[in-house]
Design a protein around this ligand. Structure first.
Ligand code: 5GP
Ligand code: ZN
Length: 116
């Protein structure tokens, strides 16, 4: 998918509204429109990447940044003690529906394992 017709690129550009809770020059985080837990945040790179499956060695830093931002948001949302889950769905079998790499941060309830 090209960045032009990507929903999450439109959220980054401000063309589609979202409840943005964190933004820097590389990363954006916003609340999921259909939350699967009391806290459900998506952390995405601002530069379009289709999926974890297409991440290259050059994107090592941004992947690390996404994890650190997820940890910071979890702490800010009061999840550090109770715990939470950080998930990247990849491709069809992984349940990825939006082709712009995103990390799901889920918390605020006990999450089951394994996921469906
Ligand atoms: P995936 O299934 O690709 O791993 O996750 C995509 C996520 O994006 C889903 O949890 C879905 O609810 C969320 N989502 C889809 N469209 C929108 C939108 O327009 N705004 C927001 N905030 N989240 C969205
Ligand atoms: Zn995109």
């Amino acid at each position: 998918m090209s960045a032009n017709d990507c929903l999450f690129c439109k959220i980054i550009a401000g063309d589609i509204p979202a409840e943005i809770i964190y933004r820097d020059d590389q990363v954006l985080a916003f609340r999921d429109i259909n939350p699967r837990a009391p806290i459900h945040v998506l952390v995405i790179p601002q530069k379009h990447v289709d999926s974890l499956a297409s991440v290259t060695e050059e994107q090592r830093d941004i992947m690390g940044k996404i994890m650190i931002v997820a940890r910071e948001i979890a702490a800010a949302e009061g999840l550090s003690e109770s715990g939470y889950r950080a998930v990247i769905n990849v491709g069809l079998d992984g349940g990825q529906t939006i082709s712009h790499l995103h990390l799901h941060l889920l918390g605020g309830r006990t999450l089951h394992w394994p996921p469906g």
